[in-house]
Ligand binder design. Sequence first.
Ligand code: APR
Length: 243
Amino acid sequence: MSPFSNQQPKRIVVLTGAGVSAESGLKTFRDNNGLWENHRVEEVATPEAFSANPGLVQRFYNARRSQLVEEAEPNKAHQALAQFESRFEGEFLLVTQNVDDLHERAGSDKLLHMHGELRKVRCSKTHQVYERNEPLFYEELCPCCGLPGKLRPHIVWFGEFPLFMEEIYRALDDCDLFVSIGTSGNVYPAAGFQQVAQQAGAHTVELNLEASNGADRFDEHHHGPATEVVTRFFDQLLELPNG
Ligand code: APR
C-alpha cells in the first residue's frame, strides 16, 4: 500500500521518457521494431556517426527539430505535471530523458534535460550553447570559433555523459516519492534511478503504457496512456492534505 494514501509526500523526483510525449505525436525509440525514424540508433546518435556522416546526422535532427517546432504540442500529461508542480508545496524535481521542450512549454519549471535539448546546438570546440529553431548545416561557420563543422546538436549521444548527474543523484538520495513515466528502462543511468531512490527510502511508482523492463522493482504501478494515468495519479496526490 502506498505510504501516500493519507498525506502528500514532501520531496518528489519525477523521471520522464519518450512515452510522455507519444500522445503529442513524437515517436518513441523502442516501439518501432528497434528502428528510430527508420534509422538504427548507431547511425544517427553517436559521436562516431557524426564524424563519419555529419550530413546524415544533421538532417536527422533537423527533421525532428522541425516537427517539434512546427507540429508538436504538450499533451495532458505534460500539463498535469506542470500544474502539479505549481500547486505542490514540497520540493519537486522533474528529470527528463526527452530532448523535446514539451514540459517547459506546458509550464514545468524545475526541469533538467539529462539527454540535452533538440532546440539547442553547441560548438564542439568551446561548448558554447545556442538556441536553434532552424535547420543546421554541417558546413555552417560556428559563431564563436568561426570554423565549419563545429556546431552539433545539443544532444547526449550514446557513449557520452548525461548532464546534471550530480544534482539528480542529490535529489534522488533525498526524495520520499520517485515516479517514472513513459520510459522502457533500457538506458542507464536513468534506468537505475528507481533503485537509488528506493535505497534512499523512497516509495517508487511506475506510470507507463505497459510494464517496463524493471517494472517488478517498483512499489506501485499504473499502466495505460500517459494522458490518463499521469493526470489521474497527480490529481489524486494534490487532493491529499500536506504531509
Ligand atoms: N503513455 C505512456 N507510456 C507510453 C506511451 C503512452 N502513450 N507510449 C509508449 N509508452 C511507453 C512504452 O511502452 C515504452 O515503455 O514509453 C516507453 C518508451 O520507451 P523508449 O522508446 O525506450 O524511450 P525511453 O525510455 O525514453 O528511451 C531512453 O534512449 O535512445 C535513447 O536517449 C534516448 O532518451 C532516450 C533513451
